[in-house]
Design a protein around this ligand. Structure first.
Ligand SMILES: N[C@@H](CCC(=O)N[C@@H](CS)C(=O)NCC(=O)O)C(=O)O
Length: 205
């Protein structure tokens, strides 16, 4: 059985957990307390030298890291990853956007709130994170005004990648009401078959 090393509050972990559930793939979820350094032990570093979740252990014992690479692996051959060459490149475009222009701002501010470490960061640093997050939400707002999903006219792993931290952006202090097309898209993603909330520890044992 597939084994997912995960942390319930993590949007990166949630992407994989949500996709596995929507694809109906059984998996065992192993909760790692990242705040206690459980991903930095020699045993875990032997599995993922980068010391981070999510990490997927395949049935043959290989390990896959990076949420969007794991999604790509799992979605291959399913309706959640298009066959068309240009659309596949657009899926990658939005997944790279998520990792470079979205997650480092929106997810990081949310993490500072959750971990109670916001006060350790300077005003300028927090303002820069907020500006980066607002810019990313603005890009999404303009894109989603014109179309129902991130890529083409169908739900894909690009939507899962961006949904993961966008839907909880409010926990980092972002006001999603200022982004009506994003808000409508969030509801559309939530209405997909097999959708589970980030707070639900799906997966066995
Ligand atoms: N780019 C990676 C980011 C993974 C990541 O930042 N994981 C965090 C949780 S969201 C983590 O494991 N942090 C623990 C640590 O750095 O020790 C991905 O998309 O999977």
């Amino acid at each position: 059985m597939l084994r997912l090393y995960d942390y319930l509050e993590s949007g990166n972990g949630y992407k994989v957990r949500l996709l596995l559930t929507q694809l109906g793939l059984p998996f065992e979820r192993v909760e790692m307390d990242i705040l206690e350094g459980e991903t930095r032990t020699p045993a875990f570093l032997a599995k993922n030298a980068n010391g981070r979740i999510p990490l997927l252990e395949l049935e043959d014992g290989h390990f896959l890291a990076e949420s969007n690479a794991i999604q790509w692996y799992l979605a291959e051959g399913t309706a959640l990853l298009p066959d068309d060459r240009r659309l596949r490149a657009e899926v990658l475009q939005w997944m790279f956007f998520e990792q470079y222009s979205h997650e480092p701002f929106i997810a990081v501010l949310r993490f500072w709130h959750h971990a109670g470490t916001l006060a350790e960061h300077g005003e300028a640093e927090i303002a820069a994170k907020r500006a980066g997050g607002e810019a990313a939400l603005g890009v999404m707002e303009r894109h989603l005004r014109e179309r129902p999903y991130c890529v083409g006219d169908a739900y894909s792993i690009a939507d899962i990648a961006l949904y993961a931290y966008t839907h909880v952006a409010g926990e980092g202090g972002f006001d999603l009401e200022a982004y009506p097309a994003v808000t409508t898209w969030l509801a559309r993603v939530r209405s997909q078959p097999g959708h589970v909330p980030i707070t639900e520890p799906v997966g066995g044992p």
